[in-house]
Design a binder for this molecule. Structure first.
Ligand SMILES: O=C(O)c1ccccc1NCC(=O)[C@H](O)[C@H](O)COP(=O)(O)O
Length: 162
């Protein structure tokens, strides 16, 4: 985290399974701008506590959801950056329709919607952008890439272009 912070001056996400304040401390100390809170990982009370703790430290929170119940938690807590994970963390099944389904229940003029997982080609990004996503979270496609810059350019669809 620190190594990344030292070489880029864009916002950096500490993408971890955060379950305790100490991890937020560490993320902050290492220079993170955002932390990930996964709705499926914790009860609402704990999520609320960690959300406030991070927010009070000046960190942004990417609040990850996968279904309507989790989205309702995000909305009750007042999350302003919501990540819809297209991957079911129990079955590992991936379906971009999850973003389309949940985006319809999010006011994307007030909430920054990030579509997470399953982005393999530009058409996938265009699809979630059409649904209202303003950003994407990509893992495997970048890890498998033999040319990161080229893959980045393919997947980078400027807002309003799809
Ligand atoms: O990150 C983990 O430790 C992890 C544990 C259990 C299930 C999934 C996990 N991570 C998945 C990812 O972080 C994905 O890379 C991310 O959601 C992006 O998805 P993709 O672009 O499909 O790799």
């Amino acid at each position: 985290m620190q190594a990344v912070r030292e070489i880029v001056d864009i916002p950096v996400l500490n993408k971890d399974f955060i379950i305790d304040k100490i991890q937020i401390e560490r993320a902050y100390d290492a220079g993170a701008n955002l932390i990930l809170l996964i709705a499926a990982a914790l009860p609402e009370k704990k999520l609320r506590e960690l959300y406030k703790y991070a927010s009070d430290k000046g960190l942004e929170i990417l609040f990850e959801v996968h279904n309507e119940e989790e989205l309702a938690v995000a909305q009750r807590i007042g999350a302003t950056i919501i990540g819809v994970n297209n991957r079911d963390l129990k079955s590992f099944e991936v379906d971009l329709a999850i973003t389309e389904h949940l985006a319809a229940k999010i006011d994307t003029t007030k909430t920054l919607l990030i579509s997470e997982s399953g982005m393999k080609e530009r058409a996938d990004v265009e699809r979630v952008q059409k649904a209202g996503a303003k950003g994407i979270l990509v893992g495997e496609t970048m890890m498998r890439s033999v040319n990161l810059k080229e893959t980045f350019d393919i997947l980078r669809v400027p807002l309003g272009e799809s």
